[in-house]
Structures are given as C-alpha cells and as structure tokens.
Design a protein around this ligand. Structure first.
Ligand SMILES: NC(=O)c1ccc[n+]([C@@H]2O[C@H](COP(=O)([O-])OP(=O)(O)OC[C@H]3O[C@@H](n4cnc5c(N)ncnc54)[C@H](OP(=O)(O)O)[C@@H]3O)[C@@H](O)[C@H]2O)c1
Length: 389
C-alpha cells in the first residue's frame, strides 16, 4: 500500500472495488492495488466529476502512468499467496489456530505445516531456528501464545509476559532469518488503553495506561506488533499484525480456572442446568460491555489479510457490536435452556468497562463477519455437548 493511504476514500470505493473485482475477475488485491494507485494519484478526491477532471489534468505523462501501473501489478504478482505456498500455522490446535487451519484448507491451501507444543516448544530459540531451517515455510501465521482469562492473567503475569515474548520473538526472528515471505502476528484488543475512546481505532495504541489485570500480556503483544513493524521498516519484511477482539467457537478452552468469559459462562450455565441448580453466579457487576467474534470469522479475516494486506499498520478484527456481560449470560441461558436466575458477584473484578473495536479499516477493504453471536453460541454449545457426551 502507498504511504499516506487514504482510508476514507477507500471506504467510499469499497463497493466499487468488489464489483470491479467480480466483473473483471481480478483478485481483490489487484483491485486494491489499482485503487491504491488511484488514491496516490488523487483520483477519488471529490467524486466522478473531480475524477474526470483529475484524469484530464494528470501531470504525469501517459507513459509514466503506464509504467507505474505495471509496477503495481508486478508487485502484486510477486507478493500474492499461492495455493502451493508452504504455510506454517503456529498454534494450530488452539481456538484461533485451528480455525485458521480449517479456513486455509477450505480455501485450497494444501501445503500446511503444523507442530504441537510437545513436538516444537516455541519458547526454545534454537529448536525454533532448526525447525525453520528444515521446513522453510514461506508464510507464517502466529497463533501460538499463552492465553487466558482475567483470573489467569491476574495470577500469572510472569508467564503471560515472559512466555509470550519468548514465543513471538523466536518465531518472528526465525521467520526473518529463514526468508519467510509473509507473516501474520495475532495480537489482542487488550493492547489498547483501559479508557480508550470507544469504538477503539488502531491509532489508540500507546495513548494511555493499560488495564492492570492483563497489562503483562498486553505489553508482550505490543512488543510483538513493534517487532513486526520494525522488521518491515528496517528490512522491508511483509510482517503484519491483526488485533482480534474476544474470540469464541469450537475448540475454545472451557477450563473454569483459566478460560475466557464466554466459554466459562457457557460451561457454568450448562452444568447448572444439568445439576438442576436454580441460580448461576456471574463474576463482576454484569455491566461491562464486550465484543465477541466467532473464531471462524477471525480465520476468514486472517486469510483475507494474508492474501490482501501488506501494510505494517496493525489491523483491528472485530464483530462491530458489543453486549453487556449480563446480556451475554442471558443469551447463553436461552441457548442452553437454563431457566434459573443469574446473580452477580460484585466482589470479583470487572476489568475494562467497555471494549468495542473499530474495525472499519478492515471492512473498507472488503472483509466482514458473518456469524451472529446467538448463532455462534448455538454452534459452540453443540460442539461442547459433542465433546462431553
Ligand atoms: N481467545 C481469544 O479470545 C483471543 C482474543 C484476541 C486475541 N487472541 C490471540 O489469538 C492467538 C491465539 O489464541 P487462542 O485463543 O487460539 O489460544 P489457545 O486456544 O490457548 O491456543 C494457543 C496455542 O498456542 C500453542 N502454544 C502455546 N504455548 C506454546 C509453546 N510454548 N510452543 C508451541 N506452541 C505453543 C498451543 O499449542 P498446543 O495446543 O500444541 O499445546 C495452542 O495451540 C493468541 O495470540 C491470542 O493472543 C485470542
């Protein structure tokens, strides 16, 4: 993408981009490249009239313009992901990684490399270097991390900071050393300040203090983003970062000691129903607002970014709407069929009052989520029941 990229213009051109893409059978990236060129040329400033005016008053000669157009397409052809590319998904058994694995397989990527943490401990630098030297992946998705809910983050800040730094440093450094062409690093919405203006745009990064319950994890993630951006700036690497909002879906962690709020509530409410309880206790006041994205929607966004986005600027990946924890718990009760009462334990921490991400940049490029919260909870519950038959 060109420096000083005009996202407002791109948003206006979003539908144009998709229709050009569909009618000319170009990939969305080809059309993005064309639109980027147009933005750089200033074509889209003030609508069609200005467009034709600017065409007539181009200061560049037609020859120079054609050369520039060819350069953009040559760059595109050299950077597009191929279906035969060797892709390493770090953390392919996790919630996000397993969804990315399914999504890439579904899309026809057939040369995917995976390792469990028992086979390849990403915290060991030499082991990671040896793996990259042998396997030579061309594309890497970094979905391996030490991940947990409020309690785990609060109780084990050392592991959340140190292990995540080790994992991401080892993978990103080895990727650079062994010629990986494209790397996607998954951060998290908790990198943003506790009191960031809502919905949170990408430029809120490092504008205020973090939520203290997970600041160790957030600082590790911020370091990962900066490392990708630094490799991009210093060595021209196509290492990009995406910030998913709270995820849920099949493969989630339902362990009450270290799970996130949605799977924890789903399990608690399911068990209350099975044991015939007439009450479920929910941590906190129930008033914080949270956004939830199905892991399959995240995976589609990751594929979209791997195929279409090379800018080191981090990218939010959210659902676009939030609910209170009380509303979430009520929806889960309906899906599970629990008829008892919800009570709120206000002695437990609430965390950040609201966390809704502004994902308009990614939407302007052409991605959007497709799985509603209720539908996502329903299919996640089905998966959970299947696992615990
Ligand atoms: N879950 C969310 O709500 C959420 C929200 C925003 C961002 N994210 C980000 O998305 C990414 C993935 O999260 P997730 O929820 O999918 O996590 P997850 O379900 O806990 O999976 C983490 C994966 O990391 C792997 N891993 C952990 N330590 C490792 C090590 N030392 N060596 C090798 N592999 C290791 C695990 O491999 P094994 O299974 O083989 O042990 C596991 O597959 C993380 O970067 C997280 O920050 C998650």
């Amino acid at each position: 993408m060109t420096p000083g990229f005009d996202y407002a213009s791109l948003a206006a051109c979003g539908s144009l981009r998709l229709s050009i893409s569909a009618s000319l059978r170009f990939s969305p990236l080809s059309v993005n490249a064309l639109i980027s060129l147009g933005v750089a040329q200033g074509w889209y400033g003030c609508g069609p009239l200005a467009l034709s005016h600017r065409f007539r008053h181009q200061t560049q000669s037609p020859y120079a313009f054609c050369i520039r157009l060819l350069r953009v397409f040559a760059l595109h052809l050299s950077t597009t992901m191929q279906k035969t590319d060797r892709i390493y998904i770090a953390g392919h058994r996790g919630l996000a990684g397993s969804a990315i694995h399914r999504e890439l397989q579904r899309a026809g990527y057939a040369n995917i490399v995976t390792r469990t943490s028992a086979e390849l401990n990403l915290r060991e630098r030499d082991t990671v270097r040896a793996f990259f030297e042998k396997e030579r992946p061309q594309v890497v998705a970094v979905a391996a991390a030490k991940v947990g809910g409020i309690k785990a983050n609060n109780d084990f800040p050392v592991e959340f900071l140190l292990w995540n730094l080790q994992i991401q440093n080892n993978v990103i450094e080895a990727a650079a050393e062994f010629g990986v062409e494209k790397l996607l690093f998954l951060g998290s919405s908790c990198i943003y300040p506790k009191h960031a203006h809502q919905p949170i745009t990408e430029d809120a990064l490092l504008t205020g203090p973090l939520e203290p319950t997970n600041d160790a994890y957030a600082i590790a993630k911020i370091a990962g983003i900066k490392l990708c951006q630094s490799y991009s700036r210093q060595y021209g690497k196509r290492f990009i970062s995406a910030m998913p909002t709270n995820l849920y879906g099949p493969g989630d962690n339902f362990d009450l000691a270290n799970s996130h709020v949605l799977p924890a509530l789903l399990r608690k409410i399911h068990e209350a129903k099975m044991r015939g309880y007439n009450e479920v206790v929910v941590w906190g006041t129930g008033t914080p607002r949270r956004e939830f994205l199905h892991a399959d929607d995240l995976a589609a966004a990751c594929r979209f970014l791997l195929e279409n986005y090379d800018d080191p600027a981090l990218m939010n990946v959210g659902y676009g709407d939030d609910v209170t924890i009380r509303e979430l718990a009520e929806t889960i009760c309906e899906v599970v069929g629990f008829k008892g009462a919800l009570t709120f334990d206000t002695t437990k921490p609430d965390g950040t009052p609201r966390k809704l991400m502004d994902s308009s940049r990614l939407r302007a490029l052409g991605w959007q989520p497709t799985i509603s919260l209720r539908e996502g909870i329903r299919t996640t519950y089905e998966w959970y029941l299947h696992q615990h038959k």
